[in-house]
Design a protein around this ligand. Structure first.
Ligand code: DQA
Length: 141
């Protein structure tokens, strides 16, 4: 299985960005750990991060993957364009949030991706990305 690991706005600064909320692990470290996890289960993992919604949708439209893991960042809470792109990609999508979005500001409880993702991993820190890979390995092959 080819897993595409996507990260949306502000997640390129993981490690430096509000470490009290998101931890001190960098995105490069997370991608390396997720690729190792996928590889150990016999799967390939490619990664992409952007702060630009249109670029993210263009990447999703490339359709060169069998499953998606995505941390959509703040797009989670308002991007119907991202929701439509994920609904149309025709593969299982697992959503990851490092922090517990249900225990923070009210606006973070709104999730416009509800109903188009196969599984959500919320509030488990950076290791949530590994849980997402494990879920796909167990449920999408
Ligand atoms: C996040 C939670 C979002 O509310 C926030 O906008 C992010 C990161 C998380 O991983 O906890 O950028 O998706």
């Amino acid at each position: 299985m080819r897993i595409l690991l996507l990260n949306g706005p502000n997640l390129g600064r993981l490690g430096a960005r509000q470490p009290e909320i998101y931890g001190s692990t960098t995105l490069a470290q997370i991608v390396a750990a997720a690729a190792d996890r996928a590889s150990a289960a016999g799967h390939a993992l490619a990664a992409f991060q952007t702060n630009h919604e249109g670029r993210m949708i263009d990447r999703i439209e490339e359709r060169d993957y069998d499953a998606v893991v995505i941390n959509p960042g703040a797009w989670t809470h308002y991007s119907y364009a991202l929701r439509d792109a994920l609904a149309a990609c025709d593969v299982p999508v697992v959503e990851v949030h490092i922090s517990d979005v249900n225990a923070r500001e009210d606006f973070r409880r709104i999730n416009v991706l509800d109903g188009v993702v196969a599984h959500s991993v919320i509030g488990r820190g950076w290791r949530g990305y590994l849980d997402a890979v494990d879920w796909l390995a167990a449920n999408a092959t």
